[in-house]
Design a protein around this ligand. Structure first.
Ligand code: G3I
Length: 348
């Protein structure tokens, strides 16, 4: 029970992390022994950071390449770790492979789009049958600026983004009658996410109305200290509204997962010790809320070691210092955030 997964198991949950294939011996990778050691010690569950995305698994319409994903699956098996799938469909042009954005769907576009999508989902789920039972079937399908679901070449071919998503979930259900089918998105508890939360509720309501087999909402949880309340010194969050949101989600019969937890520390001062303390405090507040929900099962961090966390590249700090948003420092030492997580899990 000394590990984070052990702490999670006390309330019947699992703790895990993203891991990658690339990055070699010095990355957040299965090939980096020090990173692998942290993952082996702390996690019961893994998810590929990128290697299951279409760019990696499907270089062209009729060619699949599972070399990298297979290596991660093998690592999970060898080390006795469970594995989740991320993702069968990231329904956004920016993350489609180029060939799919430019695809010629021919004379019967709807049928061709259906063929591309169902073939993909069947091929991936067949390959990892028996090892992966929980999938982010659809990832981030809402444009939060337009408050609408996102159009792609595939949705134009099939008539609507909803038609694409519905088919994805129905196909996944045929493939995995007992599997866990997840819609995964980044709506969060900060005030800036209120509108996005509403969009997600409408989407989830639509799934229920149309009888689409979606089992759970994946709450990514890239939580963000983008400002600090001068009176309390705490980052932004709206607990009441966030609980209302989650109540509505579970009220519709959805289960919950935390799929990509990390903390953006942009608004915090440079001093490392203070920053770590604030990040740990924010983590504790977040998990104390989330762990109130019996519907919450798996909890995954989006990487275990600061240096390899996506935020270093995607949301760098203004002072040029490392973002300190994962449980372990770049010298592989557990941080206060790790202790906050453990304490919250043990109290759950
Ligand atoms: O592997 C190629 C490499 O060959 C090439 O030389 C290099 C040059 O750009 O790119 C490498 O691919 C990068 C890939 O990560 C692997 O490192 C892509 O450019 C880069 O865009 C990609 O970013 C990933 C991003 O999703 C987009 O797929 C991040 O690592 C990953 O952390 C991030 O994860 C997402 C989740 O899937 C969904 N939720 C949000 C989360 C964070 O953005």
């Amino acid at each position: 029970a000394g590990s984070l997964d052990g702490a999670a198991s006390r309330s019947g949950r699992r703790f895990g992390s993203a891991i990658s294939w690339n990055g070699g011996t010095t990355g957040g990778s299965i090939q980096n022994p020090r990173y692998a050691d942290v993952v082996k010690a702390e996690c019961g569950l893994l998810v590929p950071e990128n290697e299951m995305k279409w760019q990696f698994t499907r270089p062209s319409p009729d060619v699949y390449d599972f070399a990298r994903m297979d290596a991660i699956a093998e690592f999970a098996r060898t080390n006795g770790k469970a594995l989740r799938g991320h993702t069968l469909l990231w329904h956004r042009p920016r993350w489609f492979p180029d060939w799919l954005n430019n695809y010629d769907y021919g004379a019967n576009p709807a049928r061709e789009a259906e063929r591309l999508l169902t073939d993909h989902i069947r091929t991936v789920t067949d390959r990892y049958r028996g090892q992966i039972a929980s999938y982010d079937v659809v990832n981030e399908a809402i444009d939060h600026d337009r408050n609408a679901t996102i159009e792609t070449s595939m949705s134009r071919a099939m008539g609507s983004p909803e038609a694409v998503m519905d088919l994805a979930f129905h196909t996944a259900r045929e493939q995995l009658p007992d599997g866990e089918l997840v819609y995964n998105d980044y709506m969060s508890w900060e005030p800036a996410h209120a509108a996005h939360c509403n969009d997600v509720l409408r989407l989830l309501e639509g799934f229920r109305k149309r009888n689409v087999p979606v089992d759970a909402l994946g709450i990514q949880s890239h939580i963000e200290i983008y400002s600090v309340d001068p009176a309390t010194g705490v980052g932004p969050y709206r607990e009441r509204e966030w609980r209302d949101f989650i109540d509505e989600v579970v009220g519709m019969g959805y289960k919950l997962l935390i799929t990509e937890f990390d903390v953006k520390d942009k608004a915090l001062p440079s001093a490392v010790a203070l920053r770590d303390e604030k990040v740990a405090d924010y983590t504790r507040r977040y998990f104390d809320v989330m762990l109130d929900y019996a519907e919450l099962s798996d909890i995954l961090a989006w990487g275990m070691v600061d240096q390899f966390n996506w935020l270093q590249g995607f949301a760098p700090r203004d002072d040029g210092m490392e973002v300190r948003g994962t449980p372990y420092s770049s010298t592989y030492q557990p941080k206060p955030m790790r202790e906050a997580l453990a304490a919250s899990l043990l109290d759950a």
